[in-house]
Design a protein around this ligand. Sequence first.
Ligand code: ADP
Length: 322
Amino acid sequence: MKKIAVLTSGGDAPGMNAAIRAVVRTGVQNGLEVYGVPLGYQGLIDGKFIPLGPRDVGGIIQKGGTFLGSARCEEFKTEAGRKTALRALNGNGIEGLVVIGGNGSQTGSYLLSEMGFPVVGVASTIDNDLVGSDITIGVDTALNIALEAIDRLKVTGSSHQRAFLIEVMGRKCGYLALMAAIAGGAETVTLPEIDVEPEEIVKVLSEAYERGKSHAIVVVAEGAKYNATKLAEYFTKHHEEIGFALRVTILGHVQRGGSPSAQDRILASRLGAGAVTSLLKGEYGVLVGWVNNALKTTPLKDVVGKKKQLDMELFELARVLD
Ligand code: ADP
């Protein structure tokens, strides 16, 4: 193998730059030519390959986002689109591809690998919803941003005896919300995996009020049955029962923009380097992830379409500690 390419796809995650840097530098150290593909699968379809040397990826490890750009590309979901991408790869003499991205992106990489092209995925998404990696690139930074927001809202909440509904990202995975709730000492948390009715939250809040708490925090996962906006509508009608005055904060994309944490930089460096090692070993059609505190490759066919299970012990812990 002489020429490989790397792309970032789907939702950006802090640490993607560190992963690209690791792919480029590990690749070059091993005698490979490395090319960056701008804007994810769209760049592949458009046949855009930018040569990258070790110096081109200098000064990016501390930056959030992805300097290659990312995109959502509908065309790649079609067979015709993937065939165009395959022609571009072959036409440019590229012999291996590293796809840094989340669930959707790895579905794309699986389909491309099924067409016979050597692809290796790198687990990167703030949602932490990828089977094949206990933790994915970007999660730690996003969690710390959510935590900082919770800490700040507690301060203002205490001054006014307010309850805050804080909605965090994570799509259909409750990992970020659950961890933010435990680390932030939230009164309660709602998750996509476990339905919590608004009546139960009203009960938790009114009990906290009765116990004399000066503030209350409810962490709401964006993919929960009731998102923060829907809950707020319900609570407005039941204001008397709650006691606290209520405010809503939706963190949204703020969670994505941070400078990657030490953990994300290190994870990204290890996974990016691991992806090149896999390509060099001829181990294709796999996701490089972090499992039981070690690098692990999992066949992409065992990753796509699977749902990561919620850790029920942690959910119980969140309940006990509220
Ligand atoms: P993420 O990788 O963060 O989960 P998306 O789900 O938006 O983000 O997926 C990113 C891109 O991956 C899509 O825009 C598309 O190009 C590609 N992709 C997603 N799902 C599929 C699919 N089923 N088949 C082929 N490509 C897909």
